[in-house]
Design a protein. Sequence first.
Length: 233
Amino acid sequence: MTDSQQRQLTKSGASVDRIVGTLLGRISTGSLGPGEQLRQEDLAKELGVSRVPVREALQVLLEQRVLVHQKHRGFFVAKRSHRELRQYHRMLELIEDEVIASIAWPTADTLAHLRSLNDRMLLVADDYDPAETLTLNREFHFQIFSLSPHSIMVDELARLWRLAQPFMATRMIASESRRQRVEEHRDIIDRIAAHDRPGLVTAMHRHRESPRLTDSTPETLADGLNPVGAPTS
């Protein structure tokens, strides 16, 4: 392989990664909702790339089950049935418990950063668009998860959060719900600062259950139907 060919492959791979990251960001913040179609030609034009890396990025997200593909129709953001959401909720519960039980107690600087993230969440609690709240919420939790030595589990949590966050977002639209999460975050920070591991696990359970992932609205879940209306298996 020539140097020119190697550079082209590297550039193509970088483009695919960038497109995957862009689409995941849009799905996580709700700007691309469950059941919404992604058109290769439109994405290529918008992102300033050829259709090849777009197609490869969509295939990556298809393999991750973030997207579904319908013959003669194209790619759609996956919808989830209540049964699927219950499974995500249970997996998140099991893995998060293991990760939280293993975290190293953070430095004063890390605690200050957690408080800063939570303060910023309060400042944007009344924003019409919940995108910044969702971003800050994710950063808050993964700042804590990253204190664990169980890196493989943390990577799996990141994958599960990508799949589940559009449905988590439906329960964080109201400002009252966002403010409640800020209060729960304060309790979590206090438990960490006190090195109270049993209390931290309890606080995280309470936080996870209020609101629960499986409480997503029927309208969002489309009664467990896929993008073309066929019942899920």
